[in-house]
Design a protein. Structure first.
Length: 216
C-alpha cells in the first residue's frame, strides 16, 4: 500500500532539474511574494479534479512551511473550510494553522494585511475558491510590500483562470493547477506558472503523490 500524504517524486522531466536556477512550486521560490493559483482549464468531467488540485497545491506549501518552522494562517473568505482530517493525513500540522473564517470576501484583504504586517506567519493562504476576489490594487500593492519586507508567502486560491489574473497586476506569480492519475493509484500534481515576474517567463512543475480523494 503506497504511503499516505503528498511526497516528492524522482525528477519527471528535464524542466525539473535540481539545479539552483530551476523554478519550482516550493516555499523558497515563492516566499516574499503574492501568488495566485487557480484550476487549469478543463473539460467538465475533470473540472472537479482540477479544482481539488488547487487545494493540494496549497497543502503542499503548508507542509513545507511547517518543516521550516513557519506558522501558517488560512483565511476562508466566504468559502467552505478545507476538510481537516484530509489535510492532516497529507502531513499538515493542524495545531500550526490559524484559521480565520469570514462571511464576506471583501474583509479578507484587511485580515491578510494584519497577518502579514505582524510578521508572525511565514505563509498566509486566502481562499477565494467560491467567491469573486475584489481587492483594490492599492491594497494589493501594500500587501506585496509587506510580504516582501517580512518574507511572507501570500497565496490566493481562486476559482477560475481565463486570460487575466483574478487579482490584477500586483500578483507576482499566477499559476494553474491540475491533477491526473498516476501509477499505483497515485496522482500527479501539475503546476503551470503562467506569469512570473521574478523569472520573466512561464514554467512547469510536476510532483507525484498519494493522498485522500479530497486532496488528490
Amino acid at each position: 500500500m503506497p504511503p499516505r500524504g503528498v511526497r516528492s517524486a524522482t525528477t519527471l522531466t528535464s524542466e525539473h532539474s535540481p539545479a539552483a536556477d530551476r523554478p519550482g512550486w516550493n516555499f523558497a521560490e515563492l516566499c516574499g511574494r503574492i501568488c495566485e493559483v487557480h484550476p487549469a482549464e478543463a473539460a467538465s468531467d475533470t473540472t472537479a479534479s482540477h479544482a481539488s488540485a488547487v487545494l493540494t497545491a496549497a497543502v503542499r506549501l503548508i507542509v513545507e512551511a511547517h518543516t521550516r518552522g513557519e506558522p501558517v494562517a488560512w483565511i476562508s473568505a466566504g468559502s467552505p473550510l478545507f476538510f481537516p482530517p484530509d489535510a492532516e493525513a497529507n502531513g499538515v500540522d493542524l495545531d500550526g494553522v490559524v484559521v480565520i473564517r469570514l462571511s464576506e470576501g471583501r474583509n479578507a484583504a484587511v485580515a491578510a494585511d494584519q497577518l502579514v504586517r505582524c510578521g508572525a506567519f511565514g505563509l498566509v493562504v486566502i481562499d477565494f475558491t467560491t467567491v469573486t476576489p475584489s481587492i483594490p490594487d492599492g491594497i494589493l500593492g501594500r500587501l506585496a510590500g509587506l510580504a516582501r519586507g517580512n518574507s511572507v508567502l501570500v497565496l490566493f486560491l481562486c476559482a477560475s483562470g481565463g486570460d487575466h489574473s483574478a487579482l490584477g497586476s500586483m500578483v507576482s506569480l499566477r499559476a494553474s493547477a491540475r491533477s491526473r492519475s498516476g501509477v499505483e493509484g497515485g496522482f500527479l500534481l501539475e503546476i503551470r506558472a503562467e506569469k512570473d515576474k521574478k523569472r520573466g517567463h512561464s514554467w512547469d512543475w510536476t510532483e507525484a503523490g498519494h493522498g485522500p480523494p479530497g486532496l488528490s
